[in-house]
Design a protein around this ligand. Structure first.
Ligand code: NAD
Length: 478
């Protein structure tokens, strides 16, 4: 008998949904079936797989409304749920372009031994495991699974137990595409299911916290399979003296609070040159006060509820720590209770320093700690004073200056004159630095290539190497 988990609705606080936790034996059986099916899936070729994934686009369109509803129930926000569902089609198109750009293996001759011909073939992993978080439940469950399937692999996806509703209608869409039978499966469950999954797949793609990422990496290492980890961040923004102030204010407010700050690439620390600092704080506070909650009407306002109730405690604890150490809150600053949901308005905090949790730990909320700096060196030192290295941003009207600072930030994705650009465009390859992740880029062509191993086929077109060639005395190795 499987365990049942109840799921909380973030808008009304009610536990109004249930999932059955999938156990180890079921995952094992599933992986076995998929492993057998994968051989044919690969043999049928790329154009076949493209045609099947194009059918998935149509099937998703058939279930669009149901998926948006389930995702809105998962997350409490509507606009981003629509974007997540509609983004599937673009994502499939993007991976089609990438996959078609990979040329067939070319046969070459060795430089040192021209009589040896060789070619390197791309061999996909048979079963890819995907473990995803709750902040963009649909996007992050497919971000690895789509290129994996395109490569010729199969995928088992375990969404977060905090936001599992969307998987219901998505499974219905997948079931409409007969050719996807046993090529992709979504399984319900919690951390124990995620941990078991790692024991049955050939590579694991994990998106989530650093703490869980470590456990995933350890388990993958024990199984000697690769783990691609996309983890947390504490992204800095640097507003240089020559920045366009209004642009920086507008962009940084958005980049700090979109999805109620529940985004890995959210800007979580803002460093402003001392000559702009007072005006920056005044303007961003003024703008932040105009941001409205999507409450009571999900169709209005700008930001939704806190999705995972435990996140509200983290935000509260970090704000309390900052206040106890002398910080000043200009707007927001409370966990508000409306209709059973937990809400937090944009919270601008000043008088802060690097002794506070709000500047060292991931907040995952709409909180904007702002500090001033006097020199470029100080800005870079503060930005890099973190164990994370996901992304960052720089604002300047002088592109040379902006680029000079950008390349000194120890992070994988740097936006110039905008915040969190990695959330919008997926073409630019990037790796996570420091504790923010491990493994190949999920963006750009590398996001496709990571699902292949290379197999070298080498042919000796000349005479066989005789054993004499290895005689120690004549030392005449080929
Ligand atoms: P989490 O680490 O708590 O959970 C993520 C997933 O791991 C869930 O599906 C969970 O069930 C599963 N899990 C838990 N224990 C496990 C175990 N021992 N073995 C295998 N799987 C296990 O993360 P979360 O709270 O759902 O997500 C928020 C975190 O995700 C934040 O830190 C955020 O920055 C990060 N995130 C990173 C990116 C990125 O691209 N870098 C994107 C989104 C979110």
């Amino acid at each position: 008998m499987s365990d049942i988990l109840t799921v909380r609705n973030p808008r009304n606080g009610e536990f109004d949904y249930e999932i059955s936790v999938i156990g180890n034996d079921e995952i094992s059986a599933l992986a076995k079936k998929m492993r057998a099916k994968q051989k044919k899936w690969l043999a049928q070729g790329l154009e076949y797989r493209i045609s099947v994934l194009n059918k998935l686009k149509e099937a998703v369109a058939n279930h669009r409304d149901e998926m948006i509803k389930a995702l809105s129930d998962d997350t409490g926000r509507l606009y981003i749920s629509v974007a997540e569902v509609d983004g599937i089609s673009n994502a499939i198109d993007r991976w089609i372009t990438v996959a078609r750009s990979v040329s067939a293996p070319e046969t070459k001759n060795s430089g040192s031994m021209p009589f040896i011909e060789y070619r390197s073939e791309l061999i996909p992993y048979a079963v890819v495991g995907v473990i995803s978080p709750w902040n963009f439940p649909l996007t992050l469950s497919l971000i690895d699974a789509l290129p994996a399937m395109m490569s010729g692999a199969t995928a088992i996806v375990k969404p977060s137990e905090v936001t599992p509703r969307f998987a219901g209608p998505l499974k219905k869409a997948i079931a409409e595409v007969e050719e996807l039978n046993d090529i992709i499966h979504f399984i319900d469950g919690d951390g124990s299911t995620g941990a078991s999954l790692i024991d049955h797949v050939d590579i694991v793609c994990f998106t989530g916290s650093v703490a869980t990422g470590r456990l995933v990496a350890e388990r993958a290492a024990k199984n000697l399979i690769p783990a691609i980890l996309e983890l947390g961040g504490k992204d800095p923004a640097i507003v240089l003296e020559d920045a366009d102030l209004d642009r920086a204010v507008t962009s940084l407010l958005r980049a700090s609070i979109v999805n109620t700050g529940q985004a890995c690439q959210s800007v979580e620390r803002i460093y402003v040159h001392k000559n702009l600092y007072d005006d920056f704080v005044e303007k961003i506070v003024e703008k932040a006060k105009k941001v409205e909650l999507n409450y009571p009407n999900i169709n209005s306002g700008h930001i939704g509820p806190i999705i995972f109730e435990k996140q509200a405690d983290i935000i509260r604890e970090q704000l309390d720590d900052a206040l106890a150490k002398g910080a000043q809150i200009h707007t927001g600053g409370e966990i508000e209770h409306h209709g059973g949901g937990l809400w937090c308005r944009p919270t601008v905090v000043t008088n802060i320093n690097h002794e506070m949790d709000i500047i060292t730990k991931e907040t995952f909320g709409p909180v904007l700690p702002i500090m001033s700096f006097e020199s470029d060196e100080e800005a870079i030192r503060l930005a890099n004073d973190t164990e994370y290295g996901l992304s960052g941003s720089v604002y300047s009207e002088n592109m040379e200056h902006a680029n000079e600072i950008a390349v000194q930030i120890e992070a994988g994705g740097i936006s110039i004159n905008e915040g969190s650009l990695t959330g919008f465009m997926h073409e630019a390859e990037k790796n996570s630095f420091k504790l923010s992740g491990l493994g190949a880029s999920r963006m750009g062509p590398a996001g496709y290539h990571r699902f292949f191993r290379k197999r070298a086929i080498m042919t000796n077109t000349a005479d066989a190497f005789p054993i004499e060639a290895f005689d120690e005395k004549n030392a005449n190795y080929p």
